[in-house]
Design a protein around this ligand. Structure first.
Ligand code: GCW
Length: 665
């Protein structure tokens, strides 16, 4: 069988350890999973497929109840107290060894909770954990755990590096690709419960009848997996497909148009999630076109979906050339005055950082700053500014760094995670055989789901789970790959954007270096706007003597950043413009540190190659070769980044590249 990665982390190959297998087999001799609703059928099928694979023998589970079964899977089990059941909420579950005639129990309040429990249980087997004395209680931390696809109706994907969109609008709704099922399984296995399937740079056509019928086919399929469908709403849709002259949110005809549209959608998809909206950002239409606020726009849509319990997710990613001061500040300036002005079914979705999915950004100042507004995190799983589909970068450390940052908004310990009501990841999924282009991109999809479920999981534990499920449980392999994955993000930061540098990628595609670009007509798109290198030094002064973006943070959060002496090295040039001979914590000058970091980045990619290569014998040939080839590209491109950036910055610093590094050719 070709090991092409299609099966993701749900591989279910026969467990190599025979005694473990027989142990599991005896514990799972009989399974009771009564009922045949769509969700229970999905759970049963998954168990049958997984156990048949893992145990290497056909497993079939009847639809009837068997009170004596060794594994009991049942809703609201009488063997668990009412109080304990209540604490599980809608989506939580319990997995428990209860002893007696039916020693293992999976229970939940809902069928989807049971499905989550089944996937969790299967993960225990896949990762070869003991199932002897289980007492697992899992309740998701966030209610909304979402993927955002930036998929266009022509199947191109904005910032997609894994082929075309998996949504085949041509053959939907009649032809249901197997991929849709496997996509839903993968998402359910990590607790994703919402997907918006169209680009935020929206096309109003998706809201027309023929397309809504196609969306319905997906929603009908996803329902069994606990996944709700959302669509992106183009703000000018009433004009474009409704024949109105305006899309002004305060205009009654416009409000009525959206109300009718919502009623039409809910008649087709009764559990439709709602709308995700990008407005007045990067040329997209929005309420400000009519001198109205983001709240006016969001509330109009919110009123339209409210009768059906729908939500509006309004993005805070706004910036414009007209506000040239510091793009960093615009979202905060526009949204802060609107706190408390949104309807209760509106969530504001904020990118992790204030610029744009950089390899490293301080957390966005809006987190914790909108106490009256439910806020969602938007992370980017697709690697727009992080080597796209060719660089191996495990993103859980980036996600965790942001989630654990202290906003101080309600006193010390007000982490970003504690301020959230949901989490979305911009999908990296496409038609590539392995879904994500780079095999290790799968780990980022996986990690987003796991962290949305429980942000307290460590990046290391998530990596280990994923490696064990995707490759093997061999201890040396797990340890090597874990180390490589955990280091990979910092390695990329070193060869791309060290010491707080940012947005110095090439124009448009954002792949490869372009720090010299200075002539774009949108000033805030020019890399020179961000690094500000000159004969004196480098970096963006965002303190009170500069753009003062720092003042948007709580003073206790801003404190450490405000002074170069206390600002962590990793954020230094994000907040300060410093002389080339500034002394770093390492004792090196800033210029020498820059050279050191870029070279370290390149050398570390060689280290990743060594680590990968030494595990060759434990990996299947196809996946081994794929990753090996991509690591070769990554190594070449790390050198490209280093050489381009150092040569360019050297034209300002006029300092030599210190020994032992070679002068770039
Ligand atoms: O990161 C930038 C991307 C755009 C994207 C935009 C956004 C969907 O370069 O491609 O557009 O952000 O998040 O809206």
């Amino acid at each position: 069988q070709a090991e092409d990665g299609y099966r993701l982390w749900l591989r279910y190959d026969q467990l190599k350890n025979a005694s473990l297998r027989t142990g599991y087999e005896s514990r799972l001799a009989t399974i009771s999973l009564p009922g045949n609703s769509p969700t229970l059928q999905v759970a049963r099928k998954e168990l049958e497929m997984a156990l048949s694979g893992l145990l290497g023998k056909m497993v079939r589970i009847p639809e009837t109840r068997n009170p004596q079964a060794s594994l009991q899977i049942e809703k609201s089990s009488a063997r668990v107290s009412a109080q304990e059941l209540t604490s599980l909420g809608e989506e939580g579950f319990l997995i428990r060894s209860t002893g007696g005639k039916s020693p293992l129990l999976i229970t939940a309040n809902s069928e989807v909770g049971l499905l989550y429990g089944v996937f969790h249980f299967l993960r225990l087997l896949q990762t070869e954990q003991s199932i002897e004395k289980l007492n697992i209680k899992e309740v998701p931390r966030l209610a909304l755990r979402m993927l955002n696809h930036w998929d266009n109706l022509d199947r191109t994907v904005e910032r997609g590096y894994a082929g075309f969109s998996i949504w085949n609008w041509h053959t939907l709704p009649t032809y249901m690709d197997q991929r849709y099922i496997d996509y839903a399984r993968a998402n359910a296995s990590i607790g994703i419960n919402a997907v918006s399937i169209t680009n935020v740079n929206a096309n109003a056509t998706i809201l027309t009848q023929p397309y809504l019928q196609k969306v319905k086919a997906l929603a009908d399929l996803f329902r069994a997996y606990g996944i709700k469908v959302y669509l992106t709403a183009r703000f000018s849709a009433p004009v474009e497909i409704g024949g109105l002259k305006t899309a002004d949110p305060l205009e009654p005809a416009v409000q009525q148009w959206w109300k009718d549209k919502a009623r039409e959608i809910y008649a087709i998809i009764p559990d439709f999630g709602g709308f995700l909206v990008k407005a007045n950002s990067e040329g997209q239409p929005g309420p400000q076109d009519y001198k109205r606020t983001h709240a006016d726009g969001a509330n109009m849509l919110a009123d339209a979906v409210a009768p059906f319990k729908g939500k509006v997710i309004w993005r805070a990613f706004v910036y414009s050339a007209e506000v040239p001061d510091d793009r960093h500040k615009q979202a905060y300036s526009e949204f802060l005055p609107l706190d408390g002005k949104f309807r209760s079914n509106v969530l504001v979705q904020v990118k992790n950082g204030a610029i744009d999915f950089m390899p490293r950004e301080p957390f966005h100042p809006l987190f914790g700053a909108l106490p009256k507004t439910p806020v969602m995190m938007e992370f980017q799983i697709t690697q727009e500014y992080l080597g796209q589909g060719t660089h191996l970068v495990y993103l859980a450390p980036l996600f965790k760094e942001c989630l654990e940052s202290d906003t101080y908004q309600k006193g010390k310990g007000t982490t970003v995670a504690s301020t959230l009501n949901g989490m979305a990841g911009v999908s990296n999924i496409g038609t590539d055989i392995n879904w994500t282009g780079h095999l290790f991109g799968q780990a980022n999809w996986y990690a987003l789901g796991r962290l949305a479920w429980n942000h307290e999981l460590s990046a290391e534990d998530i990596a280990k789970e994923w490696i064990r499920m995707s490759f093997s449980t061999d201890p040396s392999l797990v340890s090597d790959l874990t180390q490589m994955m955990l280091a990979s993000r910092e390695i990329l930061v070193n060869y791309m954007n060290p010491i707080g540098l940012h947005h110095i990628m090439a124009t448009g595609h954002h792949y490869g270096p372009g720090p010299w670009v200075a002539d774009l007509n949108r000033p805030e798109w020019n890399p020179t706007y961000y690094h500000r290198a000159d004969s004196i030094g480098i970096g963006f002064n965002r303190t009170a003597t500069g753009s003062d973006a720092l003042s948007q943070y709580h003073p206790d959060a801003a404190k450490k950043w405000s002074d170069p002496a206390t600002c962590p090295d990793i954020d230094l040039l994000w907040f300060h413009h410093l002389p080339w001979n500034f002394t770093m914590r390492s004792g090196r000058t800033l210029w020498n540190e820059l050279c050191y970091r870029y070279n370290l980045g390149v050398d570390s990619v060689s280290w990743m190659q060594t680590v990968w290569n030494r595990q060759q014998s434990k990996l299947d040939a196809q996946r081994f070769e794929q990753v090996k080839m991509l690591l070769n590209i990554q190594h070449q491109e790390a050198k490209w980044w280093r050489d381009a950036c150092l040569l360019y910055f050297q034209s300002f610093s006029r300092l030599p590249i210190p020994a032992p590094y070679e002068q770039p050719a």
